[in-house]
Design a protein around this ligand. Structure first.
Ligand code: NAD
Ligand code: GLY
Length: 365
């Protein structure tokens, strides 16, 4: 078993990574939050594979369990879902001595996390992530929230979990495209912070694409350790440090919005964003052509898109400008210096954005 500690004082917590952990969820949760009721939130795809196993383990450890199953997909990060969940928590008499367990990908984690943050001003939350995105990123760090028509993640709260339980074996049932998409976020960590990890990904790309549990456990542990450092340094995303985790996201977010969520999965859009950002790094002399080639090769091996976005660069730039208005008028972008070091660059003008978007809107390679 691998254990990583997120050092946040009284709100600190452990991330445990172990094969078969979902069958031991009850005993592990009882160690940090004994007694009380568990309100399990999951989605249909995950429920039919894993909910009964988690519930069995919880009951064995003496928990009373109730369950809410959401339809799968990003549309569930909505106010309507929150109303439904909060009413259900009321019906089941869940109070501050009880807890919510989020079993699923980032959508379930973000929605269940926000339900926990809001219910009676905050009840305990346990994250049991089952996608690559959730196991390497979204289950750690306490960002929870939902979407509005006006944009993604516009309403939310910081609400750290009490415990994160990662079972790499759950990735075996993840659809192939979702699996590869999650690897986009994995590559991101190598690019912004860890050149040795990047080289290890290059060396082990074959094992990774086979989803070898030992390899995936190692990836989850490394990414969670790196993420925990950013979270400990800048928990509420105020100083610019945690913003490095958004490498590839300024360009990627615009691509997701312009093409309608669903054309590109999140990690695919992040991969395109890294392709765009790395072009700007090369232009500045911050990165060599060879380093950029290594990034593109690795993304390609993980079956991630490098270009071919069917949008005009003008449309994409105007989406960044819209976000910029929301963020106080200064577009920010994360660029790497070589592989393994990142800098936040601001302000970012139209010519830079144009250069980046032109790179990924060009015809397929
Ligand atoms: P997701 O939660 O939609 O899961 C992807 C699909 O896989 C869904 O259809 C789901 O039902 C299915 N699934 C999940 N686990 C499975 C398994 N083990 N076997 C079979 N099917 C499974 O998507 P995601 O990529 O995990 O998360 C994306 C969301 O995460 C976005 O809303 C994004 O905003 C959010 N996110 C949040 C943070 C954060 O810090 N809070 C960070 C990154 C992303
Ligand atoms: N996924 C970005 C963050 O947690 O800050």
């Amino acid at each position: 078993m691998k254990r990583i500690r997120v050092p946040l004082g009284k709100r600190g917590y452990s991330i445990e990574v172990e094969d078969g952990l979902i069958d031991k969820a009850g005993e592990r949760i009882a160690r940090v939050a004994p007694g009380g009721k568990v309100f399990l939130i999951t989605d249909r795809n995950v429920a039919r594979r894993y909910a009964a196993r988690v519930e069995r383990s919880l009951r064995k450890s003496g928990f009373h369990v109730c369950r809410a199953v959401l339809p799968a997909g990003e549309t569930q990060k909505s106010l309507a879902t929150m109303t439904r969940l909060w009413n259900s928590l009321a019906r089941h008499g869940i109070d501050r001595s009880d807890m919510i367990v989020a079993l699923g990908g980032g959508v379930v984690g973000d929605a269940a996390g926000f339900a926990a943050a809001g219910w009676q001003r905050g009840i305990d939350l346990i994250q049991v992530p089952t996608t690559v995105v959730a196991q390497v990123d979204s289950s750690v760090g306490g960002k929870t929230g939902i979407n509005l028509e006006a944009g993604k993640n516009l309403v939310g709260a910081f609400h750290q979990p009490r415990l994160v339980l990662i079972d790499p074996l759950t990735l075996r049932t993840l659809p192939r495209r979702e699996f590869c998409s999650g690897l986009g976020e994995v590559v991101k960590y190598g690019m912004i912070r860890d050149p040795r990890f990047f080289a290890w990904l290059e060396k082990n790309a074959g094992f990774i694409m086979n989803g070898e549990p030992e390899t995936m456990a190692r990836i989850a542990a490394r990414c969670c350790r790196l993420k925990s450092e950013y979270v400990a340094a800048d928990e509420r995303d105020m100083t610019g440090r945690r913003a490095h985790l958004n490498y590839g996201h300024t360009f990627g977010h615009a691509v997701e919005t312009a093409t309608g969520y669903g054309t590109y999965l999140h990690g695919e859009a992040v991969a395109l964003g890294m392709v765009a950002a790395s072009r700007l790094s090369v232009d500045r002399g911050w990165m060599t052509d060879e380093e950029r080639r290594r990034l593109l090769d690795l993304l390609k091996r993980f079956k991630l898109p490098l270009t071919g976005v069917e949008q005009t660069w003008q449309a994409l730039v105007s989406l960044v400008s819209r976000d910029k208005k929301r963020e106080g008028g200064r577009a920010r972008i994360v660029l790497t210096r070589g592989i393994g070091t990142a800098s936040l660059v601001t302000p970012v003008g139209r010519p830079l954005l144009r250069r980046g978007f032109q790179e990924i809107c060009s015809p397929r390679r």
